[in-house]
Design a protein. Structure first.
Length: 129
């Protein structure tokens, strides 16, 4: 297991914080600033998990999730939406688009990695706890 996480996020500060927290735990992070780049990098790097912002330019996170699910090698890759949308129904919309789960922004640095590791089959955190 290469412990690579693809991070699709257009906001540089959010990308920086998430990357910092994940790398601190030992994950390798592949950053993508938009959905099209994310889809290309998902195909080439085959990440262990995909963190997906919903508010993105060009393609929104729902469209990206649908596209990822249509790719054979990514059919079973966990996709976790990260979004500031807190409206009822958005969680369902994420799941309908193919996401496995949902994390709300702003991310909490104390719990972020643990929240993500719930979706990983063999998280680094398990080995260290
Ligand atoms: Mn965004």
């Amino acid at each position: 297991m290469n412990h690579t996480i693809l991070l699709v996020e257009d906001n540089e500060q959010n990308r920086y914080l998430a990357t910092f927290l994940l790398e601190q735990r030992g994950y390798r992070v592949t950053p993508a600033p938009d959905g099209l780049t994310g889809i290309e990098l998902a195909k080439s790097s085959v990440p262990e998990l995909i963190l997906l912002d919903i508010q993105l330019p060009i393609l929104d996170g729902y469209q990206v999730a649908q596209a990822l699910r249509s790719i054979d090698t990514l059919r079973n890759t966990p996709i976790v939406a990260v979004t500031s949308y807190a409206m009822p129904g958005d969680r369902e919309k994420c799941l309908d688009a193919g996401c496995n789960g949902y994390i709300e922004k702003p991310i909490n640095p104390d719990t972020f990695v643990a929240e993500i590791e719930r979706f990983l089959p063999s998280p680094i955190g398990e080995e260290r706890r």
